[in-house]
Design a protein around this ligand. Sequence first.
Ligand SMILES: Cc1ncc(C[n+]2csc(CCOP(=O)(O)OP(=O)(O)O)c2C)c(N)n1
Ligand SMILES: [Mg+2]
Length: 271
Amino acid sequence: MDNKELQSHATEIRKNIIKMVTSAQSGHPGGALSGTDLITVLYFEEMKIGPENVGSYDRDRFVLSKGHASALLYGVLAEKGLLDKALLPSFRHTGSPLQGHPNMNYVAGVDMSTGSLGQGLSAAVGMALANRLDQKDHRVYVLLGDGECEEGQIWEAAMAAAHYQLDNLCAILDFNGLQIDGDITAVMNPTPFDQKFKAFGWNVVEINGHDYDEIRAAYAQARQCKGKPTLILAHTIKGKGVSFMENQAGWHGTAPSLEQCEQALKELEGK
Ligand SMILES: Cc1ncc(C[n+]2csc(CCOP(=O)(O)OP(=O)(O)O)c2C)c(N)n1
Ligand SMILES: [Mg+2]
């Protein structure tokens, strides 16, 4: 797929993120927008997943460890044709399958229920191990937040993944520099990520998380790396694509007003 097509899917997903959070008047736009380009390339180029195999055991898996970015997951599943777009306006409403934190029992294509930060990498390690025991060759991908890496469980899972040489596991770290209360280095500094993951025995690839060529190359490198799990350390901008949300911790978990929603959609449409 060429970069223009990827860009057009990413724009659709970003618009749907804004619409969902506005319709619910709650949710997490900042971290959903920062991860959009990474996850667009993942679903549209890298993962073997589509309407034909979504129910199959043998397909690639994705764990949204930073489960608060659920609007991104629902957005990409809908864009890929795995989720009915008509459901998106019910995001975070009572009775909707599209809860604020993704529930694998409600939505086909949600591969792990997440939201309590720190747990998704452990789940992905389990999936990757099971996969090997079953002699299957599908791959497991997991999106981590940088603030999330302040959780100790992340590092236990990182240790286990390298110990078991899980080269079928690829973690993507959405390195936007901010968590709920501001700068990650001020809250509880989890950096330097590259040195830490390397010391834990991982293959580390550092990229610009909004550059499609770099994202594509990083997924290919991860696939080719043998004997180690891969971390894609992706530098991103929280709130990417909406000028007044970019790099603002205040937009971590705030819903736009109707006027702000309109302005954001105009910007995303390039008007
Ligand atoms: C165990 C746990 N503690 C606290 C929270 C509340 N919480 C939700 S999002 C968030 C910050 C996450 O920051 P980061 O991982 O950097 O996410 P991103 O910037 O990608 O949105 C926190 C503390 C939670 N969901 N789970
Ligand atoms: Mg962050």
